[in-house]
Write a protein that binds this ligand. Structure first.
Ligand SMILES: Cc1cc2nc3c(=O)[nH]c(=O)nc-3n(C[C@H](O)[C@H](O)[C@H](O)COP(=O)(O)OP(=O)(O)OC[C@H]3O[C@@H](n4cnc5c(N)ncnc54)[C@H](O)[C@@H]3O)c2cc1C
Length: 503
């Protein structure tokens, strides 16, 4: 039986303690031991569909839970049945006979929805393949990360959902196998998964980033590239304000040549102290991509420069002592980051997966972002830092880059994107400072979107305005997948209803 109940009705709090489901009955979806992935997901999808029927008969809303990492509380609903997917995490190779002609089977993997990004990355690396991007950590489930458009700072790529080639999605009335119109998997394969094939570009673009509102994702076909090495350079450098022009124009090579290596970087991240960001050194991180070779000295994630959690620990203190903010934040940046490897240190290398750290939970996290058109960076970035600092924002500000991501509701919807994150412990003053930032961007007429997983003060009117025609297309796709309003409401919650995604 792939679904088991976990104890009696009670409360469930998400990973970072930002929200609690009251009166929740918890269930777990678990992997079986079938030899073939298609058989395993056929059994699971049928069980999920029965479970949805039972929840509806019991008058309960449902919510699939991945790793529970989203601080925006898109994973929270009370008076509900929760479906934990973490133990539904097997990954299967795809054979040549399972795909349609012209599709490279060796690049694909069939992934059960609860597999962690780390697990998927690991399995690919065992096969000489790699994900091409992911978030700063690797502890999310693959389905959960895609549901909210998770991204890192790979300058030439979009979000993690861009890896998806097909999705198995369960609603009360159907087990759907959703692919682009051109098709990916063979008819025989799809039939063996117990699904009905929906080869349709609109449905696929909606299902790539569903924000948990389109049903329960049970499996994904995930794409990959040949495995590669990355060489990190991590340093503290005073960045010239004029360097923002290079970044805004996508001239990452000049930026890299000025502050690290004279090579094209694969990944560029800048973390600044919003109190005088160009007078104090910023924490820079570059990854340079190299062809894979088996013989390289292995380094730990710490040696590869993963993570900057230590910084956020100071947030509450800074909130209390405004006079100390600029200097102390800088001190923390130095302590937490200066270890390198810098350009003069012996080079270290790792695979994409090795360079990701597993994150420790932080209670009371504040976590917000704005994604802007990269072309607006030079005029927007200093303004953002100034407004945030003036109103007492007590976290560092992180700048990352990505190309337009796939999925109708992808926040990275500009041709080239600069993503600006405000991450650290929660405080009313920091939240207020973020609110002033978005107010100011509106006043200046600078377009931006916000992350589905973060505490970004979004509402339905704003979502409709930000996504425009793509939001209408997403809702049309949703209504085709779940035509009955009562069934749509089954996936509702205060947060998702408030965003205009359910109900
Ligand atoms: C420490 C930390 C670091 C982060 N780093 C980054 C980063 O670098 N870049 C970035 O973009 N984001 C980042 N995030 C955000 C994070 O990637 C998202 O919150 C992501 O959605 C978490 O995945 P999850 O498995 O925990 O999903 P959950 O939080 O469990 O769920 C998210 C949403 O997906 C839905 N969902 C989950 N599983 C399924 C399923 N099987 N079927 C249908 N719906 C489902 C849930 O119902 C919910 O609506 C970070 C968050 C934290 C806390």
């Amino acid at each position: 039986m792939p679904i088991v109940q976990l104890g009696a009705e009670g409360r469930w709090t998400n990973y970072h303690g930002t929200g609690t489901c009251e009166v929740a009955t918890r269930f777990a979806l678990r992997s079986g031991d079938a030899e073939r992935g298609r058989d395993e997901i056929a059994i699971a999808a049928r069980a999920v569909q029965d479970w949805l029927g039972q929840a509806q008969a019991a008058g309960r809303r449902v919510r699939p839970i991945g790793a529970g990492w989203s601080p925006s509380n898109v994973n929270i609903v009370s008076d509900s049945w929760l479906l934990h997917t973490r133990r539904f995490n097997r990954c299967f190779r795809v054979g040549g006979a399972d795909v349609r002609p012209g599709v490279e089977a060796a690049a694909l993997m069939l992934v059960e929805a609860g597999a962690l990004v780390d697990e998927v990355s690991d399995k690919f690396e065992q096969q000489g393949r790699s994900l091409w991007t992911s978030g700063a950590g690797n502890g999310q489930t693959f389905a959960g990360a895609c549901a909210t458009g998770t991204h890192g700072s790979v300058v030439g790529r979009g979000g993690i959902q861009d890896h998806i080639r097909a999705v198995q999605l369960v609603t009360p009335t159907g087990i759907h196998w959703i692919e682009p119109a051109a098709g990916v998997m063979s008819d025989a394969f799809v039939a063996a998964t117990g699904s009905t094939a929906l080869r349709d570009d609109e449905l696929f673009a909606a299902a790539q980033l569903p924000v948990g509102a389109l049903g329960i994702v049970t499996a994904l076909v995930v794409d990959s590239v040949p495995k590669f090495l990355v060489r990190p350079i991590q340093n503290l450098r005073k960045v010239d304000c004029a360097a923002l022009d290079w970044l805004a124009a996508g001239d990452f090579r000049s930026f890299s040549a000025a502050y690290a290596l004279d090579q094209d970087p694969h990944f560029v991240q800048m973390i600044v102290n919003p109190y005088k960001p160009f007078k104090r050194p910023a924490m820079l991180r570059f990854l340079y991509r190299e062809p894979w070779r088996d013989a390289y000295p292995h380094a730990t994630p710490g040696e590869l420069g993963a993570g900057y959690d230590a910084l956020s620990l100071l947030g509450r203190f800074l909130d209390e002592y405004p006079w100390a903010r600029g200097a102390l934040l800088q001190f923390a940046m130095k302590q937490g980051y200066a270890a390198g490897p810098d350009i003069d240190d012996p080079p270290v290398y790792g695979s994409w997966g090795e360079g990701l750290n597993t994150h420790r939970p932080l209670a009371d996290l504040f976590n917000a972002s704005v994604t802007i058109d990269r072309a607006d960076l030079a005029r927007a970035f200093e303004l953002i830092c100034a407004v945030y600092a003036r109103h007492g924002g007590s976290t560092v500000v992180t700048l990352r880059f990505m190309e337009r991501a796939q999925g109708l509701l992808a926040p990275a919807r500009f041709p080239h994107n600069a993503v600006i994150d405000f991450d650290g412990p929660r405080s009313a003053r920091t939240a207020e400072a973020y609110a002033r930032v978005v107010e100011r961007l509106d006043a200046e007429g600078i377009a931006f979107t916000r992350h589905w997983a973060k505490s970004c003060r979004l509402d339905a009117a704003r979502v409709a305005a930000d996504y425009g025609e793509d939001f209408r297309r997403w809702r049309t796709a949703r209504d085709r997948l779940i035509p009955d309003p009562a069934h749509r409401a089954l996936f509702g919650s205060a947060v998702l209803d408030g965003l205009g995604l359910t109900g």
